[in-house]
Design a protein around this ligand. Structure first.
Ligand code: CP3
Length: 354
């Protein structure tokens, strides 16, 4: 394996000194890029793109050809696990992901198979090793998974939800069933992420997109507990280098102390928390990733640059900041504005790293 030419992202996650603040964007490979839309059309549907290692590698690299990003993220989806468990994932245009056979009962949970990540999910590992080879050591590769709670919302609701009525009914009327499901999913996530590390992922991120719809007590019981279990089960060093782990709960700003206490290396922040506040609360324990509102990318170039400076000043001096958006970049963003954002992070952060 070739040496890493740019390891700022890994260094920042471990709170080591860097020359400028590293930056990447959640969903950086996606529909806002015309070259992504062209490759996606060539693949047919979204899952065919994920299952084709060469094309998944191509779309992973596309944003890196345009912008001086400090990390690449595996092109895949969090719903590969429930798909591999046989729930029948499909995408309806404009409506997001759906499952043909959602989980409805204890029996359904008991019947879920134990996954072998190198078998049913072997296509993901092929994508990881292909991307690692083609990156040629330019920047590190991030592997990822959904949190058990977030995956369970899709598995039980059968798709995206506004109220989370079905999974909450299970949580409050039949908690043992939900706990069995969350535990099984957590075990699969551990094996899946460790397989990604063995295939070449150099850092891991867990997306808990829907933990923020829970009360503080229920967040700990149904979401955080299982992310903690995952953190405990992960390979934390490979090829002589630490493999840092980032936990991101959307709308989880009020729980960052508890998230940091899991033993993860970094906490991802959305834009509803002030990063200066977050740093005061947990900055001596973990690195922080975030946290510009993705909608800011619709602002003027001046406003985007001003916001980047504001967030950098909020974090201030010291190590342990990875710049990112507070959630995924949306398909309607002008790619030029994404470039303004990324360049501003490097330009204005130099003064904080002397
Ligand atoms: O960041 C990256 O560039 C890597 C790729 C990535 C995708 N999905 C590609 C994708 C990652 C990290 C994800 C994670 C993911 N998937 C999450 C967690 C992050 C978050 O946004 O909260 C969630 C909740 C999903 C589930 C999912 N997959 C949804 C809700 C959708 C529909 C989104 C939409 O806007 O239609 C997807 C499909 C999906 N995953 C797309 C991409 C680029 C769009 C597919 C297309 O080309 O039509």
């Amino acid at each position: 394996m070739s040496e890493l030419k740019n390891d700022r992202y890994l260094r920042a996650l471990l709170k080591q000194p860097v020359d400028v603040t590293p930056v990447w964007m959640m969903r950086q490979a996606g529909r806002y890029l015309p070259e992504y839309r062209a490759t996606r059309a060539q693949a047919g549907d979204f899952m065919s793109l994920c299952k084709n290692a060469e094309l998944a590698c191509e779309v992973t690299l596309q944003p890196l050809r345009r912008y001086p990003l400090d990390a690449a993220i595996l092109f895949s989806d969090i719903l590969t696990i429930p798909d591999a468990m046989g729930l029948g994932l499909y995408f309806e245009t404009g409506e997001g992901p759906k499952f043909e056979r959602p989980i409805q009962s204890l029996d359904d949970v008991k019947k879920l198979p134990k996954l072998d990540p190198t078998d049913e999910l072997g296509y993901v590992m092929n994508a990881v090793s292909t991307i690692r080879r083609e990156l040629k050591g330019e920047v590190p590769l991030i592997g990822f998974s959904g949190s058990p709670w977030t995956l369970a919302t899709y598995m039980i609701e059968g798709g995206s939800s506004k109220t989370f009525g079905k999974i909450k009914k299970m949580a409050f009327a039949e908690p043992q069933t939900l706990h069995l499901l969350l535990d099984k999913v957590a075990d699969s996530v551990i094996d899946y992420l460790n397989a990604q590390v063995k295939a070449g992922a150099q850092s891991l991120m867990i997306f808990d997109s829907w933990g923020g719809v829970l009360s503080p007590r229920d967040y700990k019981e149904f979401s955080l507990q299982y992310m903690h279990k995952i953190v405990d089960g992960l390979i934390r060093e490979n090829d002589g280098r630490k493999v840092p782990v980032t936990l991101f709960t959307k709308n989880g700003g009020q729980w960052i102390e508890a998230i940091a206490a899991t033993g993860c290396d970094a906490v991802g922040l959305d834009w509803t928390i002030d990063i200066a506040d977050a740093k005061r609360r947990v900055g001596d324990k973990v690195a922080l990733q975030g946290n510009m509102d993705p909608s800011m990318l619709h602002g003027t170039h001046e406003r985007i640059r001003e916001e980047v400076q504001h967030i950098l000043a909020g974090f201030g001096e010291g190590n342990g900041h990875v710049f990112n958006l507070g959630h995924g970049i949306t398909p309607d963003v002008d790619p030029e504005n994404a470039g303004v954002f990324i360049n501003a992070v490097h330009e204005f952060s130099r003064q904080y790293h002397k």
